[in-house]
Every structure is written in C-alpha cells, then in structure tokens.
Design a protein around this ligand. Sequence first.
Ligand SMILES: Nc1ncnc2c1ncn2[C@@H]1O[C@H](COP(=O)(O)OP(=O)(O)OP(=O)(O)O)[C@@H](O)[C@H]1O
Length: 222
Amino acid sequence: MSLLTVTALSKSFGERRLLSIDTLALDSGQSYVLTGENGSGKSTLLRILAGLEAPDRGCGRYGERPFDWHPYPGWLRRQIIYVHQHPYLFHTSVAENIAYGLRARGVDRGERERLVAAAIAWARLAHLLGTPPQKLSGGERQRVALARAWVLAPQVLLLDEPTANLDAESRLQTIDLLRGFVAAQTTAVIACHDRDVIELPDMQRLQVVDRQIRLAPEPRCG
Ligand SMILES: Nc1ncnc2c1ncn2[C@@H]1O[C@H](COP(=O)(O)OP(=O)(O)OP(=O)(O)O)[C@@H](O)[C@H]1O
C-alpha cells in the first residue's frame, strides 16, 4: 500500500525545469534506491519530500491525509527524516547529537537514555563517545547521523548519498547500517551511485530520467 504519494509535481530553477513528475508512490516498509545522472535532481526531490524545499506545484498524500507545501505540515515533519550527505553535528557530544530529536519531541530523560544507548550500540559508536563531534571522520559523522535518524524510528527515511566520499572501511560499515534500515519497517529512499547499495536485497530501483521518475532496469549479468 502506498504510504507517501506525490502527484503533478514540478520544480524549476530559473529557466531550467528540473523535475516534472506525474506520480511517485512509495509503499509502506519498502526501500528504494534513487539513481540518476549528476545534477538530475535527486537531492532536490529528497529535499522536497522532506519539506526542506517547496516544489513550484504539486500535491501529496500521506496514507489517507492530503498535504501540500504551503506550509508543509508539522505532523509530516515528524514522520519523515532526511539525512544530508555531509551531516551537520552540533558541537556538543556524540550522545547529545543522537538525543537531540528525542529531546525536541519531549521524550523523558530515562527513555531518552535507553534509546540513545541502543542507537550507540546499533551504530557501533561506543568507542567514540568521548570524541568531540567536530573531530570525527566523515564516516563516523555519517554513522552518528544514521544513529540520530534510527533512534527516532522514522516512518520514512531519506538518505542523500550516504556512502559518497567515505574510505573503504567506513563505506562498508555504513552499508551494514543501511542493510538494517532496508530490512526494517521503514520506508527508505537512498539517493546514490554506489553499486553495493543499489544491489542490496529487497531494494526497488528508481531513476530520475528526463525530469521524471522511472523504475530503473535490473542490471544485466556478466
Ligand atoms: N537552490 C538552487 N538554486 C539553483 N539551482 C539549484 C539549486 N539547487 C539545486 N540546483 C541545481 O539543480 C540541479 C540538480 O541538483 P541536485 O543536487 O538535486 O542533483 P543530484 O541529482 O542530487 O546531483 P548529484 O548526483 O551530483 O548529487 C543542479 O544543476 C543544481 O545546480
């Protein structure tokens, strides 16, 4: 069943029409990889879905509830988490960064500590708890950002190039965490060019082509 649907969505920057999407329907609990050439509009689409940017026109439905971007509804912001390619971390501590969204949602301290501890274990961050966030490597920052998303148990998770610019080991650790999201109940959309992410099991492939979203062809053997 479709959880998040957008229809008749278009977005231009200046004279350039970037996206012109008739319908995009994301099923509940399904993971999608979103590919497309550089500059085709993948990040822009994720930012629109997350309410960080408004389309020129378009309407949406979340479950049975219609929405648009004028304004993008607060209740929907609670369902959808966007993780930037270069996540911003507050200059507090790793644990505080992970706890941030829980605190904003009014989760009480005991429950917050329990959930943060689970997220730290999930993302294998225990050895980094004493490291100031600004001193973390790109891969470690990405894992903190994924833990910060995971701890909120989002209905929809939008990830922008989560494995880009990571060294080999960090990339594998991040892919391992992505596997967890793909297997869970989360509806995930991962924009990326990374073949190992594209080929994760149970992943549906979407592609931005000529401003539209299409189902991407299966890779050929050999
Ligand atoms: N705020 C903006 N103002 C003007 N142009 C923009 C803006 N944001 C994005 N663009 C342009 O829109 C196009 C699509 O950008 P976007 O980042 O969505 O592409 P992408 O498919 O994610 O690319 P990549 O694979 O390189 O990350 C690019 O040409 C970009 O320069």
